[in-house]
Ligand binder design. Structure first.
Ligand code: P70
Length: 471
């Protein structure tokens, strides 16, 4: 064998290759733009990738939310939509699927995740209360704050360190939580807000041992435990891979066991559940269900559609069953890791271990010469787009927003640019193109300058803020 350079992925990783458990039936053409066009599009978008037109994007890694490919079965389900105002057949299919795979008793449909976050925050949080959670998520925390609560981060310290290799960086630090309980009193904590996996930490998982211990602590103080289940299927994969005793358990079994330690969950079905729009809220307590069901009719829609069309609920019910397929989850997470391994092989600083849904590039290490107040992660997303038309997202100081008390920028420890991988959409060749573009902007890093913010909206500013290059 002379030419040892051409090597399959399996060979590179010392195992047999695997492939996605699907084949492609329909394609959507995408278009590469010229550098000149990208320069103009970016300036028009105020250096904010959220403000680009997707037509001008080549490989879109802005989000894994609602961007996945539905299966032929899901599309067939779309045709079976029962568009009745009340009691749609598709709602009952959805209810059945959530009960079967997540195990909760009562289900409230919502138009997407933040609709569910709004309802649970409004119903459970009283002004002045504290909501502990394993790192903030933008929309989750905002709804908790709008309901009068104060979010308190109780994630383990390792989560704030992008190079720490802890296998479950999403874990709750039980000591931090107990200190909070003793300081403010259990009666001032309406619930613990647990997310699996933790998006802002880099898609990091929570272990089964941690949720079990957390449940016991919550029971001791009589505090409910609610789960952001948005990427809980991916969390189950990491438990299967890393936690003793779970190697031979299915993703479905792990998911159900984990949810069994919690009192309820909210869901952005646009991620794990493989649909383009939708969400749900599920609880075990019938009084809480009554309150949520009463609230959903004000803000979302009737309690048997909650903002979704019947066809959306059918696609979602089918998506839930496809999402827990072990081969699907493995190929999904392994594709993310493939991109991570390419970047790591060029010493590009990324959050490690690589999480479930995205690669997070560490902008502090990437651009050590750009101060955090000059938005290095935002600048990186802009550079990547200019280089190749690839779209990522800032997850640093812009996303963290301002402290409601002081009005100052929050300065998160993690200053990251996220490349989120949609489910069942891109191939390994796309990942190669992405990796080479990141390498190109890394090679040119010393010439890159920071940005200044020239427009800042009041809520979730990262979506609509505008920037200019610092001269
Ligand atoms: C993303 C999306 C949404 C999300 C989430 C977790 C862990 C709830 C939600 C809300 C979309 C997004 C949202 C805010 C800022 C940037 C991007 N995450 N919990 O791309 O669900 O979007 O359905 O209302 O990740 O990570 P929804």
């Amino acid at each position: 064998m002379k030419n040892r350079k051409l090597r399959t992925m399996g060979e590179q990783f010392g195992r047999r290759s695997w492939a996605e458990p699907w084949k492609i039936k329909m394609v959507e053409p995408i278009r590469m733009t010229s550098p000149q066009e990208r320069q103009e599009s970016l300036a028009e978008a105020g250096y904010n990738t959220f403000l680009l037109r997707s037509e001008n994007v080549y490989i879109d890694l802005l989000s894994d939310s609602g961007t996945g490919a539905m299966s032929d079965r899901q599309w067939a389900g779309i045709m079976l939509g029962d568009e009745a105002y009340a009691g749609s057949r598709n709602f009952f299919h959805l209810e059945e699927a959530v009960r079967q795979y997540y195990g909760y008793r009562y289900i409230v449909p919502t138009h997407q995740g933040r609709g569910a976050e709004h309802l649970i925050s409004r119903v459970l949080i009283k002004p002045g209360q504290y909501v502990p959670g394993n790192m903030y998520f933008t929309t989750t925390r905002l709804h908790q704050e709008l309901a009068g609560g104060t979010f308190v981060d109780v994630i383990i310290d390792e989560a704030h360190d992008s190079s720490n290799l802890h296998p479950f960086k999403g874990n709750v630090d039980l000591d931090k939580l107990e200190v909070l309980i003793k300081r403010v009193g259990a009666e001032n904590i309406p619930y613990v807000s647990l997310a699996g996996t933790v998006n802002m930490a880099g898609g990091q998982p929570v272990s089964m041992a941690n949720v079990r211990a957390l449940r016991a602590l919550c029971d001791r103080y009589n505090i409910p435990l609610h789960l952001d289940a948005t990427r809980m299927v991916e969390n189950a994969f990491f438990i299967q891979e890393r936690e003793e005793g779970y190697k031979d358990k299915s993703i479905a079994d792990i998911l159900k066991e984990f949810c069994g330690y919690t009192d309820g969950a909210w869901m952005s079905a646009k991620k794990d559940n493989l649909v383009n729009i939708g969400g749900w809220l599920a609880v075990n307590d019938s009084d809480l269900f009554d309150a949520l069901r009463n609230m959903v009719v004000i803000y979302e829609g009737l309690h048997t559609y909650g903002g979704m069309a019947g066809r959306d609920m059918e696609a979602l019910a089918i998506g839930i069953t496809e999402a827990v397929n072990d081969d699907h989850v493995r190929s999904r997470v392994e594709q993310v890791r493939y991109l991570g391994s390419l970047l790591t092989s060029w010493d590009i600083p990324i959050v490690k271990p690589v999480g479930g849904h995205a690669i997070f590039i560490d902008a502090r290490d990437f651009y050590p010469h750009i101060a955090q107040d000059q938005f290095p992660a935002q600048a990186m997303a802009a550079e990547l787009y200019l280089d190749s038309g690839i779209r990522g997202m800032e997850r640093g100081i812009v996303s963290a927003g301002r402290d409601p008390e002081t009005g100052d920028h929050r300065h998160p420890a993690l200053e990251l640019t996220r490349l989120a991988i949609p489910r069942r959409v891109y191939t390994q060749a796309h990942m190669d193109v992405v990796a080479e573009s990141v390498k190109a902007i890394y090679d040119a890093r010393e010439q890159t300058r920071g940005l200044k913010m020239v427009y800042e909206p009041e809520y979730l500013r990262f979506f609509q803020a505008r920037f200019e290059r610092i001269a």
